[in-house]
Design a protein around this ligand. Structure first.
Ligand code: CTP
Ligand code: MN
Ligand code: MN
Ligand code: MN
Length: 344
């Protein structure tokens, strides 16, 4: 996914005079916030912190991608401890965007504990869930947990849609042993009866985004466009009998503290029409960087527009159908790259 490749990290100079920084800022939300904080520190005559935020802002302006989590800044210069704290404490909470983090930070809240304790904060449903299951959600999802969840999701889906295909995508399809969530693509061949699927059971937290796909609409040209599938960012309750998680919430040993025999796990469910399945699979398998470059290659080298729904040939003015990822690579004139070779 969007890890900074070590080759880039190694090459980034700490001196902005050795970097080429255009007005193309992918991290405006962060850099605006950092500049406000720098100004605050300037007033307080704290030159060190002031400079730290200014240098970090300048570095983020140079980065050719938006920073969405800690991995993105790994190995980069100019990211001091203060800056790292701001990025870390808040990007790690499910449902909390940069704007909100920055607001909370300016309100003087520094840690997740402080945030939890502050009863005056207005939290969205998603943010409340993010805090409620924070400890679980920041710990990674293992391959074994992904396999267990796969069984549950497949079983559940098949009771509603016996013919449906459920495929694990994201990092686990690329062979990763750990992930921050588990991604599934669900499609139902034949008549479309999948609309109701997401509106049923098994979820601790669920935020359904309805499909906004419009037939015949040209693929999006944006590099990081969200697709229009019906999707659901969920938190699933995975029971792990035998694993004693009671240390999680005990303070007094004698207390009949509830033994927590489950773990909250982030799961993304994406529902796709059968005809778009191959494109959705390619898009949702990632990595994010690989997907970006596929789209860049399509438009720059082939005059085609690729997104998670399809591929449009601008010269011939037609949509190219594909029933498999192999066909999509062939349409693009590219050698096939296996999922585990897409960890760019
Ligand atoms: N993706 C997408 N559209 C979105 C969200 C994600 O096409 N709206 C794609 C991205 O290209 C990404 C893949 O789906 O590569 C999976 O997303 P994500 O779960 O964020 O990343 P992973 O690669 O699975 O890594 P992680 O282990 O951190 O989850
Ligand atoms: Mn994932
Ligand atoms: Mn992810
Ligand atoms: Mn995901």
């Amino acid at each position: 996914e969007s890890e900074v490749p070590s080759c880039i990290a190694r090459k980034v100079s700490q001196y902005s005079c050795q970097r080429k920084t255009t007005l193309n800022n992918y991290n405006k939300k962060f850099t605006d916030a950092f500049e406000i904080m720098a100004e605050n520190y300037e007033f307080k005559e704290n030159e060190i912190f002031c400079l730290e935020f200014l240098r970090a802002a300048s570095l983020l302006k140079y980065l050719p991608f938006p920073v969405t989590r800690m991995k993105d800044i790994q190995g980069l210069p100019c990211i001091g401890d203060q800056v790292r704290d701001v990025i870390e404490q808040f990007t790690s909470v499910f449902g909390v965007g940069v704007k909100t983090s920055e607001k909370w930070y300016r309100m003087g809240l520094r840690t997740v504990e402080e945030l939890k304790a502050d009863k005056t904060l207005k939290l969205s449903k998603m943010q409340k869930a993010g805090f409620l299951y924070y400890e679980d959600l920041v710990s990674c999802v293992s391959k074994a947990e992904a396999d267990a969840v796969t069984l549950i999701v497949k079983n559940t889906v098949s009771t509603f849609l016996p013919d449906a295909l459920v495929t694990i995508t994201g990092g686990f399809r690329r062979g990763k042993k750990m992930g921050h969530d588990i991604d599934f693509l669900i499609t139902n061949p034949g008549p479309r009866e999948d609309d109701e699927l997401l509106h049923k059971g098994l979820l601790l937290y669920c935020d359904i985004i309805e499909s906004t796909f419009v037939e015949e609409q040209l693929p999006s040209r944006k590099v990081d466009a969200m697709d229009n599938f019906q999707k659901c960012f969920t938190i699933l309750k995975l029971y792990q009998p035998g694993i004693d998680n009671s240390s999680y919430n005990t303070s007094k040993k004698s207390d009949m503290a509830e033994i927590k025999d489950w773990k909250a796990i982030r799961v993304d469910l994406v529902i796709t029409p059968f005809e778009q399945y191959a494109y959705a699979l390619l898009g949702w398998t990632g990595s994010r960087e690989f997907g970006r470059d596929l789209r860049r290659y399509a438009s720059h080298e082939r005059k085609m527009i690729l997104d998670n729904h399809g591929l449009y040939d601008r010269r011939k003015r037609i949509f190219l159908k594909a029933g498999s990822e192999e066909e999509i690579f062939a349409h693009l004139g590219l050698d096939y790259v296996e999922p585990w070779e897409r960890n760019a």
